[in-house]
Design a protein around this ligand. Sequence first.
Ligand code: SAH
Ligand code: MG
Length: 195
Amino acid sequence: MVEEKLHNIEEYAKKFNIPIIQKEGIEFLEQFIKEHNIEKILEIGTAIGYSSIKMALISKKMRITSIERDEERYQEALKNINSFSLQDRINTILGDALTLDLSEKYDLIFIDAAKAQNKKLFLKYEKNLREDGYIITDNLYFHGYVFRKMEEIESKNIRGLVRKIKEYTEFLQNNKEYETKFYSLGDGISISKRI
Ligand code: SAH
Ligand code: MG
């Protein structure tokens, strides 16, 4: 039943081109959450609730706050979360993460929103990170585009995003307050640990 419902969300995402986390990525994230006793998560970029639901299903202790700016996706996420009866443990917020202000602290912040905003989101939300918490970012390979030659990428828009993502990767590498590890899993994932 659970597997079937998850499968339906995966199919919906495929059909409507919604970039939910890849299988390899979510399995890695689940493992990481279990190994580090993470219970309280802030997710930026809910989409239709897939990654939130997967994380919430790890254990009854999991509590997730997730932000989504797109109303239609937000509604779909609510529907999916309700269908798993997870509405008490996943708090979905409709709004732009860049203008919201949260006061709580989290064990893990999962950045999975607009890729050009990674750095801004990191700097805005690090105040919400528990002292020895982690910030995880998805899609550092941007569907493989970061490995392509810039001049071979036709869309100016995508070139801009690729540049931004590369800048973000450098920002993580140079950030002395965190130790960041990069993983060639799914679409490229980083884990930054506060030092
Ligand atoms: N975490 C989801 C996928 C998220 S896709 C999963 O793996 O299942 C990225 C989502 O981030 C999109 O739905 C997009 O609307 C949302 N988003 C992008 N920028 C945002 C912002 N500044 N604030 C809130 N949501 C944002
Ligand atoms: Mg992603």
